[in-house]
Ligand binder design. Sequence first.
Ligand code: PAF
Length: 275
Amino acid sequence: MQKIHSSAELRARLASEKAVAFVPTMGNLHEGHIELVRIARQQGSCVVVSIFVNPLQFGPNEDFDKYPRTLEADCAKLQGLADVVFAPAVADMYPEQQTLFVEPPPIASELCGEFRPGHFRGMATVVLKLFNLVQPQVAIFGKKDYQQLAIIRQMVTQFNLPITIVGAETSRAEDGLALSSRNQYLSPQERTEAAFLSQILRGMGEALKSGAADYPALEREAGEALAKRGWQVEYVSVRRQNGLVRPERGERLLVVLAAARLGKTRLIDNIEVCL
Ligand code: PAF
């Protein structure tokens, strides 16, 4: 496995590769990321993992400074799984001030976008830059960041990028909590409570499968149940899987998404529901 820090070196290394499978990450890798890398292994002959905490996608009051940076431990986990780890410095990704951005679609200002203004613009911009540097044939993203995945799919389609996007199932702890680098911010007590988010989503999924179709009522009840246990709820929302718009009654491919804070930690999760 080769560790590369500059974009010039990366381009030289990948120049003759014909089947690159790419997993973009912000590092602090957990089993969920490793699963994405395993999927990448099946998709290409050269697996590239990027590790870059992208300042452009963090708001001024978010956790950019304290986001865990664990490059050596990450590389140890990738040994034998990835061919190239690309870990650029901020100055290498942004050699001059970034004044051009990917303007994401309207859905980027709903759900997480309502609470993290500018997040998806920064995310889409860095992903486009990474795609241009790595030039993968396939890129793998986790479904845990469902809205991110939806926006990347739209970006790839609308900008005619010759990249197949693979959405990977969310990896979960035994109690159902979706794996996330931010879970380590939770206190032991919060960590126990955190599993409730996936439970409430599963409950909504069951209700939808049993014929419940009053989406606003389901959303409100779930939000109240979370709030009663001390969560600060940002949203619980039933959407159409494709494009994340609000579904009409009777639609069959749904996803329920939620974001809520437990203490200082913001958690997101979702569940696909196929009726
Ligand atoms: O999901 C992430 O870790 C990030 O948003 C990504 C896709 C690596 C872009 O910085």
